[in-house]
Design a protein around this ligand. Structure first.
Ligand SMILES: O=c1[nH]c(=O)c2[nH]c(=O)[nH]c2[nH]1
Length: 310
């Protein structure tokens, strides 16, 4: 008889949820880098993953005994029903509700991993009097950066025992004000030094709070909206003349931890998507043409912890 150890989990992934007329997001503290202080949530669209972790459904694997298995089809129905009665305004609040309700409804579930990914839509600008305003009924699906949240729940607490929030898929190109010079040179070096390059990055940013209660307080004064994180990052990129992507993400991390002292950690994964310079105008050297680079991208990572929270 062998005694192999097993780790198992099961669940439903990428459940699309389109809730209309969710409560508006209010109570957000404003920051200098952002105009964002809330959102109407006329369309609250996201994709949910639910993954059940534990041992009590091992007999389903070893003996074909499904008595402790909640059908993943039922999980999908459960998520959609909860979306109908959801009275919060953020992904974090939705996941917290789902976590609590799943564990309350199914004693068979010991531990849960829940993930939300925004399906981003923007209100279409429509004429109003002499100007334009965002439509309150028509939204355009945007394949842009989106908000991300992942929570781990156990029966021990109403709050998540682990969490990570994020804004994923930013694609930012700064045409001037970025350098990459004085890097190590050897017989493999072909990259020219550039005191000014058009820096194009793909960027994911993640953050964790020092106190998980701040994720979910009803007044939301210490809640960090992903839109503000995105705006802080964009403003730092706009302002800061960097020596490298490493230098840039470090500056972004410092600004985020200063702006949001309620955070314990921020982390970045940045891909270098800088285009290759093809031609420069002979009469005006600021005019240049770039094209796609070799398709394997450098990746720069950073995690910065707030030393006061340790
Ligand atoms: O900002 C950069 N960091 C690097 O580590 C690197 N390496 C490279 O080829 N180009 C760049 N740019």
């Amino acid at each position: 008889m062998t005694s192999n150890t097993m780790t198992v989990s099961y669940g439903k992934f990428h459940v699309p949820v389109y809730r209309v007329y969710a409560p508006p997001l209010t109570g957000i503290a404003s920051i200098p880098e952002s105009q964002f202080t809330g959102r109407e949530n006329i369309l609250f669209a996201l994709e949910i993953d639910v993954e059940v972790i534990g041992n009590n459904f091992l007999p389903a694997y070893t003996q074909g005994d499904n008595s402790n298995v909640v059908a993943t089809d039922s999980m999908k129905n459960f998520i959609l029903r909860q979306a109908l009665i959801f009275s919060g305004a953020t992904q974090e609040e939705f996941l917290a509700m789902l976590g609590r309700q799943f564990l309350q409804t199914y004693p068979q579930m010991e531990r849960l991993l829940l993930t939300a990914r925004e399906l981003p839509f923007t209100a279409v600008p429509v004429p109003n009097a002499e100007t334009f305003q965002p439509s309150n009924v028509l939204f355009s699906r945007s394949h842009s950066d989106f908000t991300f949240t992942t929570f781990e729940f156990t029966r021990a607490s109403d709050l998540p025992i682990e969490h990570q929030c994020g804004r994923v898929g930013l694609e930012l190109l700064k045409v001037t004000g970025s350098a990459f010079t004085r890097f190590l040179h050897d017989e493999y070096t072909t990259l020219p030094e550039r005191v000014d390059r058009p820096l194009f990055i793909h960027l994911d940013v993640y953050w964790k709070y020092a106190q998980s209660a701040d994720l979910l307080t009803p007044k939301r004064r210490r809640y960090v909206p992903a839109e503000q994180v995105r705006d802080v990052i964009q403003v730092v990129f706009h302002e800061f003349v960097s020596e490298s992507i490493q230098h840039l993400v470090h500056e972004m991390a410092l600004r985020l931890l200063t702006r949001f002292p309620q955070l314990a950690e921020v982390s970045f994964a940045a891909q270098n998507r800088t285009r290759d310079q093809i031609a420069v105008s002979e009469t005006n050297p600021t005019i240049k043409v770039y094209s796609d680079p070799f398709p394997a991208y450098g990746t720069i990572k950073l995690t910065m912890r707030n030393s006061e929270k340790e």
